[in-house]
Design a protein around this ligand. Sequence first.
Ligand code: ZN
Length: 504
Amino acid sequence: MAAKSTTTIRQVLSYQPHQAAWFAATQTLFNRVCAFYFEVIQTHERVLDLSNKEALTALEKLTHATQNNPAPVMALQEVAQDIPAMFRRAAINAALGSARSFFSHLSTWRKRKEKALAKGKTFTERPPVPPRTWDKSVPFYVGQWRERTASSILLKIWTGTCWSWLKVRITGRELPTATELGSPSLIRRGKRWWLHTPIEKRFARPATIEQQVTTNPQTTICAVDLNLDDHLAVCTIQTVEGTILATRFIGHGREISGFRKKQLGRIARNRKQTGIIAENEQDNVDFWNKIKHGDEHIAHLISNRIVQFAQQHEATILVFEHLGNLKPTKGKYSKRGNEKRAYWMKGRIFAYAKYKAWNEQIITSRVNPRNTSRECARCHALVARYQEGQPAEGYTQGAPLVLCQRCGMQGHADRNASLVIGQRLITRYQQPSQGKPQAPLRAERVSKGTGVEVCQEAKSKEEPSSLQARHADRNEHGTAQDVSLGMEKHASDIPCQLRLPGES
Ligand SMILES: [Zn+2]
């Protein structure tokens, strides 16, 4: 079975100011044609029963004059003249998309209304309205662009008075080869014009994790432990057999966390002075934007490096631990806000890494986070966690070193946790007879002091966390109360493989 991934290449265009006016004119014309076709569809609703291809033909027949069709019902010519065929088709498809969405909303609204009226209830919900203004970007179908190179492209542009081929210089990423190029679109972002080109990659669907883990002992797994303090991500590469191949420490968490804390402290002080939640004040908006853009950037950077590292070692599976719920801790506003943002960041890194990995045919999964930091990756006994220069005993949350009294394993705490995360995934798919003995399921709740309450999400391994991330996004400004980040709580679907010594 084939699988595909789509990404968009965004490139900046160089042009003269008068050419920017032409781009704007082309977009205005495009939207006028879109609006016209939306009207045509509204008066001929039945075309929506057709497939897109059939609808396109029907709409052209209704609007486009030819020798065989000299007097169309609603002539496009009366609205705009000399519209190139491919420009018209792009507009028809855009109008069809909007119309399908609008009429499907309208139809659900009608059904709800009927149902309510049938029950004798009053129905006050307003009907959906068709778009009042149109602001679509112009896609350039084949024929509307040519001579594309790494540094330039010819675009057929409406100058306001005529159609003209315009050579535009392109900067930014080069287009990768061996992919399917989609139609480029002219996109206005603020005052600048960009060229966005979707590229589609098709590949054989990778074997499932279960297949890979159970049939090939050489299957290579990249496990990631995300941290909020020192290293943002610690990645380890191991085979299903258990051979450890590589480790990488990524990021400077402390710097990032320090930057955030400083900004949050300033906002808190502002808030105190004004005595109101100052989220919307321009001053604070600037701070928030700074933080948000910084975090976005970091999440992309870290996720890129994770996927690159996995690729370098030909890993076919990427594994993280579940995030659990953010458990509010007491403390200063800036501290709480900082923790919340760091949590949001972990979700972002996971979501980005997941889609970037998929583009490289790497499957992503998550495992139960319970005690990943407390377990020895070699013998699975409880480890001692401690600071450098201190005795190797007890468990100091966040300390960098671990020592296993039972087998003598000694090393970096986050690296050990990363290895345990990888092992958990392998164990999940191994037959009980082949693997370690499985402990009975226990209630999933981490003891105090770890700061996380453990839960699994629905559809744990396939659900991208972008929704949560968006949800978190809305709450990130840290209103007075702490928010749970919209994760569903329900019983664990991941067996806990190990019962640690000393636990009942
Ligand atoms: Zn050990």
